[in-house]
Each structure stands twice: as structure tokens, then as C-alpha cells.
Write a protein that binds this ligand. Sequence first.
Ligand code: ATP
Ligand code: MG
Ligand code: FE
Length: 348
Amino acid sequence: ATVLAIETSCDETSCAIVRDRTVLSNIVSSQIATHQAYGGVVPEMASRQHVETVNWAIEQAIQQSGLTWADIDGIAATCAPGLIGALLVGLTVGKTLAMLYQKPFLGIHHLEGHIYASYLSEPSLEPPFLCLLVSGGHTSLIHVKDCGHYETLGQTRDDAAGEAFDKVARLLDLGYPGGPVIDRLAKAGNSQAFPLPEGQISLPQGGFHRYDSSFSGLKTAVLRLTQSLKPQGALPVADLAASFQDTVARALTKRTIACALDYGIETIAVGGGVAANSGLRQKLQMAAAQYNLRVLFPPLTYCTDNAAMIACAAADHLNRGHVSPLTIGAQSRMPIGDVMQLYAESSC
Ligand code: ATP
Ligand code: MG
Ligand code: FE
């Protein structure tokens, strides 16, 4: 199926047209410059900017695809989870277009979109596989069983991995977003300079949770370290960045590999903005090779928020006859295991 999708869950306004697993156009307008001055995404400003940009993004997506509305089989929009006001912009526009052009409409779960980024870069990929989703708001190990059928096997108990990068960058005065800066600085630093806590989750019966993670203790450890180092002069920022990044990469790699081996899953697909991290890529690739596992890292354009991944998920659902009622609303939170609640079987 050929689907036009709109993504406005956070700070990217995006519209894309995808035919099954082939991207025909993917327009992404990032609001980073707007939010940078505030050190993070300001929800009300995000919604306003989506309103200002979304029509342009749709026109561009249509134009670049070379298609007309008659060629579009369905219209989709991210409906959960995310910033509620931001989600409402794309969802309302998507439903309106569906009514206007009389096309089936699909609400898409944002994390299912992040999973589908892997199909865009590797069209031969088929479930089952394990998705390590590491973004600004999520750190999850998701067992991908089939279209619409997911089980979360592990997740963070506090901060998401990307959030940890952003918070540590903030306390090192490196600006927002923190991931890319820390990644760059880490290359010049010594990752063994400062031993930092990996953040393990203790189990009541003793031992540690094999798949869940925690990054708030690590962030606090970096804070304490900077407080104790500051009186001694300029902070060894590169060494701090390298030590922090190495600890995050080690924690994620350990859990992902343990999960894949325990469940007998041979393919690992990584998604979300933190998939760009060079430390994570290196560690996970090495460990995967050691255990004969396949690991896929989609290109960065599909790792960070984009509508192409949303359209790809929608095309798969539409091919199976899944369609959302137009009464569907936006939800700021929604477990990925509930995805099928967004659809009613339909014959159109
Ligand atoms: P969610 O999907 O959970 O709602 P999001 O879509 O806003 O969150 P993404 O756009 O996927 O998140 O990713 C943004 C995050 O990725 C930011 O926290 C940013 O710091 C981080 N990031 C980007 N590049 C890198 C990098 N090279 N290393 C580490 N982190 C990175
Ligand atoms: Mg973003
Ligand atoms: Fe996202």
C-alpha cells in the first residue's frame, strides 16, 4: 500500500509518502533551533510550530513523490505517545485529509514507527527480532513478533538513554541536544578515566534484573564528580564524556545481548536517536559478532523522528486491513503492547 503519514509527536514536523518499504518522499523540519535556547523541548512552542509547518511539509512530500492524492491508499498520523498538543496537530490534519480525500485513516504508535525504521533500511528484515529502542524518551527492549504484536522485555526505570545524554551535557555546559556533542568529545577522551556506576536494578530475591536499566544514578555520579573536580580547575570534559558514554554503551550492550540470547532471537535492530552513538555502535557490534547475532543500525535519518517510519508501519497495517476509526484520539502515554487497540478490522 502507498501511505502518506504525518509525524508531530515531539519537535520534528514531518510528512512522508512510503510504498510498503520504499520511501517516495520524507520531509523533516526540525525545531531544534527553537528549543535550543531553553535547553529542551518547550511543548507549547512545539505545537505552535507544528501548526505553522505541517501544511508546507505535506505539500513538499506530495511534490517530491511525484504522486497525486489519487495514488495514495491511506493516510496515517502518529497518535501516541508524545506531547499531547503536538500529537493533536498531526492527528487532526491527518484525519481531516482522510475525510476530505475519502481514504482509510491509521493512527500509529510512535514507537512502532521507530521499529519500522529498520524495515526501511533493510527491506528483507522479517520478525521475529529484538528492537533496542534508545531515544530521547525511551529505552526499551522490544520483542517484535509480528505487525502490531510487541512485547516489552526490558525498559529504563527512570531516565531514557537520550535523556541521560542530554542531562549530562547540560551539567557539563555543552548545550542541547547532548548526544551528538558528547559523542564527538568522547572520541578525544579516555573512557577509563573515571569509573562510573552502570545502574543495575536489584531484584528482591537477590541479583540484578537482566534487561531493565537505570540511568539516573549515573547522571548523579557525573554531577558529584564534576562538583569534586571543579575546584581543581578546568573540567576534563573529554574524559568525562568518554567515561559516561562508555558506561551507557556497556549497560545497553549487556542487556541487549543477554535478552537476545535468553529468548533465542538472532537479529537485533536498533532504533531512536541514540542509535547514532558511536560508542554504542562499536560495543554492540563487537558483542553481537562474538555471539553470532546480527545487528542492524538504520541510517541516522531514519533513527531520529521522521514520518517515513510512521508511513512504513501504516502501510504494513493497511495491507492487513487494519484501519482506525476517525474518533481515535491522541494519547500522551500508551504501552506498545496495546497497539492493536488502535485498529478495527476492516474490509476496505
Ligand atoms: P521518543 O521517540 O522517545 O519520543 P525522541 O523521538 O524525541 O524521543 P529521538 O529524536 O529519537 O528522540 O532522539 C533524540 C535523542 O537522541 C536526544 O536525547 C539526543 O541527545 C540523542 N542523540 C542523538 N545523537 C546522539 C549520539 N550521537 N549519541 C548519543 N545520543 C544521541
Ligand atoms: Mg526529536
Ligand atoms: Fe521518537
